[in-house]
Write a protein that binds this ligand. Structure first.
Ligand code: ADP
Length: 214
């Protein structure tokens, strides 16, 4: 891959990131990235997040998508990371590797952006707003078309947590159907969103009950 000089602290302009993406991704994947940029900016504006951070995370999220599993594994190891369970789900490797690339080659230092890139495929418990935005933007961007995408689009605009629960459950169902390994972190994320939403509903109910009492 060209442009990989591992120079630290040399932030790229958006145009530099885009030209690196065009060199390294096929046109279809590049269009997907532009779709994620647009969707993540829209979600950031809906949910009070920083649209500029969303753009940067979205631009980088699939930067290493074309690299082979062995290359990605070596890249993670070269940066001191053990792939661990990810070895059983090689299509996820580009996410943590992409975060390392954004940091070490692109010079990105913002932890919210780096976490959003790292967890855009699996999710995780305790996700921050930018992480949820990139995870969902990846699934709802304008080039995606699958049964249920419109429902997820409107859910993502209305309520990030409910959309995350629906998206994680959709992803887990897809992996079950394909008899693929399901990384534990996604199951933990799904349970965390489920429990959080149950608590929220209980809280909302008792608030309503209190109002009714007065
Ligand atoms: N929890 C998980 N465990 C194992 N594999 C997963 C998990 N979540 C996602 N994947 C796999 O990672 C693949 C890549 O996801 P993603 O980065 O969103 O790619 P794409 O943009 O091509 O849909 C998914 O198609 C799925 O096979």
């Amino acid at each position: 891959m060209r442009n990989m000089d591992y120079t630290k602290n040399s932030p790229w302009t958006e145009e530099q990131i885009k030209s690196s993406l065009q060199e390294n991704l096929n046109p279809h994947r590049y269009q997907h990235v532009l779709g994620v940029v647009k969707a993540s900016e829209m979600l950031a504006l809906c949910h009070g997040a920083d649209p500029e951070k969303a753009r940067i995370a979205a631009l980088y999220h699939d930067v290493l998508k074309s690299q082979k599993p062995q290359w990605l594994t070596d890249y993670l190891k070269a940066h001191g990371e053990v792939p661990g369970e990810l070895a059983l789900a090689p299509s996820v490797l580009h996410a943590p590797a992409g975060a390392l690339y954004a940091e070490h080659t692109g010079g990105v230092t913002d932890p919210e952006i780096l976490f959003a890139i790292r967890y855009h495929t699996t999710g995780r418990p305790q996700m921050g707003t930018l992480e949820k935005i990139i995870y969902l933007a990846d699934l709802i961007e304008e080039n995606r078309s699958y049964d249920g995408v419109e429902v997820l689009r409107s859910l993502a605009r209305d309520d990030l947590d409910r959309a995350m629960l629906a998206a994680l459950e959709q992803s887990i169902r897809y992996l079950l159907h394909r008899k693929e390994h399901i990384l534990l972190i996604s199951v933990e994320a799904r349970n965390a969103f489920l429990n959080q939403l149950k608590e929220r509903m209980t809280g909302e109910k008792s608030h309503d009950e209190k109002l009714a009492e007065n």
